[in-house]
Design a protein around this ligand. Structure first.
Ligand code: SF4
Length: 92
């Protein structure tokens, strides 16, 4: 994969739960399970599926920038697993 194949930044409107006015950034980047559960729930129930797909693709392709935050309802460990599954599928 070359850098030109990497997923682009999602097309956001600013109304996504993580960007909406009043959103608590701690729900996506906080360290407690409750904060992260709030972020996951908001992603899965309040963000359009098309945006979630773009968001996840970006986070999978940019692990350093995505860091340990919640993206598209996934945790860092979720994304590590998904990347490993993607590598395994590509190698099969
Ligand atoms: S799916 Fe991505 S853009 Fe949508 S709320 Fe979650 S982190 Fe924000």
């Amino acid at each position: 994969m070359t850098t030109t194949d990497l997923a682009p930044w999602p097309q956001l409107t600013g109304n996504e739960p993580c960007r909406a006015p009043g959103a608590d950034p701690e729900d996506w980047t906080g360290t407690t399970l409750k904060q992260r559960a709030n972020g996951q729930k908001a992603c899965l129930s309040g963000c359009p599926e098309a945006v979630r797909e773009q968001c996840l693709a970006w986070a999978l392709d940019h692990p350093t920038r995505a860091g340990s935050a919640i993206w598209a309802g996934t945790t860092l460990s979720d994304r590590r697993r998904l990347r490993a599954e993607r590598r395994d599928a590509a190698a099969a």
